[in-house]
Design a binder for this molecule. Structure first.
Ligand code: SF4
Length: 411
């Protein structure tokens, strides 16, 4: 059995998805990152797997109150950073102002926001900066009309992509990330051109994601091809290097002089609030309900809205943590021992095998993936996405639909 297969086999045994009914507040040993999910979108894109609901101005007021109630129940006073994602959190500035003004005193780290290109204007960017947001992620996806159309992207064409990146990169934010997406089935010259175009505006980071085929999207009956995606990512790495950017994690390229990182997923420990938000405290990974109604009713009755949980022992938690650290480009064994105690024998053995087979390289306490290791990480990451994230999201979406159907039948 290959090392990647052994990691997948281990993950199947170690990570069991259970119902999280009756969950209490999560305890963290140090300040976690705060993720806030805003589920409202004015239109839905057909490739999108995220939990979203049609924008409704009236609901946003109740939603902001529910977010406050949820964070009160969790009783965490300080966060290392704040990340506001969605949905389309840049669509309603009143809601954004309410969220940032309520939570900004809880952090002295960055306040990051996902921005839809259609929401960009110099006035709006100025207003976003005024709220206290200083890191932004601009969801361009592509500068090419046929790519945007084939993915079912709404409210955007190539003109919007170009004007929004020009405005956002000159708006004075501390950090700008640009998100691009590619599909191995499309002409690869398009994503190469997209990357060159994004880099020409000088953002601190460009993230390039292969399109994932989640259940419940228009692409559910098609398959990824990790080998072809890897070839494309390696070609993109050469383009990035030639333009002064380095590959920072599996799918991100940052300016070579830039030391800061920006990501919603590779934070060590995080507390997620809002529908569908996930949290990880080093012992438990859990995800909230996808149903807006259930989210409101749980919080009205003082219950934490978590619906699914994966409980982890020390070894499984270290495995999970190490995977995401390597995905982010670097695993610091000193930090692992600080957070989890001495590395268990099984983990030492796994690391030793991965180093001996040329997947990882180690300098003192710092472990990094080699190019060969990066290829394996990509394959494992897609496997994890389909076997855990997609499963949890599919279950929760079904539960949300059932909840809605039972509500309708009582009306
Ligand atoms: S991709 Fe973004 S804007 Fe499109 S439906 Fe999904 S969350 Fe909404």
């Amino acid at each position: 059995m290959s090392l990647a297969e052994r990691v997948m086999e281990l993950s199947k045994r170690l990570f069991r998805i259970e119902d999280a009914d009756g969950a209490g507040p999560l305890n963290f040993d140090s300040s976690p990152g705060l993720y806030i999910h805003i589920p409202f979108c004015p239109d839905f894109c057909s490739f999108c797997p995220y939990n979203k609901t049609k924008y409704d101005a009236e609901l946003t007021v109740s939603y902001l109150n529910a977010l406050k109630r949820e964070s009160d129940l969790e009783r965490i006073e300080h966060f290392s950073s704040i990340y506001i994602g969605g949905g389309t959190p840049s669509y309603d500035l009143d809601l954004l102002r309410g969220v940032v003004s309520h939570f900004k005193e809880t952090t002295n780290g960055e306040i990051a926001l996902e921005i839809h290109p259609a929401d960009v204007s110099s006035k709006r960017l100025y207003e976003i900066r005024e709220t206290g947001v200083n890191f932004v992620s601009l969801g361009i996806q592509s500068f090419d009309d046929s790519t945007l159309n084939s993915m079912g992207r709404k409210r955007q064409d190539s003109g919007v992509s170009l004007s929004s990146i020009a405005e956002t990169t000159s708006a004075g934010f501390d950090f700008v990330d640009v998100d691009l997406i590619f599909d191995y089935q499309l002409d690869r010259r398009r994503i190469v051109e997209d990357l060159k175009t994004a880099i020409s505006y000088g953002p601190e980071q460009v993230s390039v994601y292969p399109m994932m085929r989640f259940a419940d999207t228009a692409f559910k009956n098609t398959k990824n091809d990790p080998e072809k995606e890897l070839e494309i990512l390696e070609e993109l790495e050469n383009v990035a290097l030639a333009h002064g950017y380095v590959r920072d994690s599996l799918w991100t390229f940052r300016k070579s002089a830039e030391r800061r990182k920006y990501s919603s997923v590779s934070r060590e420990f995080f507390m997620g609030i809002g529908t569908s938000a996930s949290s990880f405290n080093g012992k438990e990974f859990r995800t909230n309900t996808f149903s807006l109604d259930e989210y409101f009713s749980s919080l009205e009755t003082g219950r934490i809205p978590a619906r699914k949980i994966i409980k982890m022992g020390r070894f499984s938690a270290i495995l999970y943590y190490s995977f995401w650290a390597l995905y982010g480009g670097c695993l610091d064994l000193g930090s692992v021992e600080e957070d989890f105690g001495r590395l268990p024998m099984r983990m030492r053995f796994l690391l030793h095998s991965a180093i001996a087979r040329g997947y990882l390289q180690r300098k003192k306490d710092i472990v990094k993936p080699t190019r060969k290791g990066t290829r394996k990480l990509h394959i494992i990451e897609e496997w994890l996405t389909y076997n855990f994230i997609d499963r949890i999201w599919t279950d929760l979406r079904r539960e949300a639909r059932d909840h809605f159907a039972s509500l309708e039948s009582t009306l």
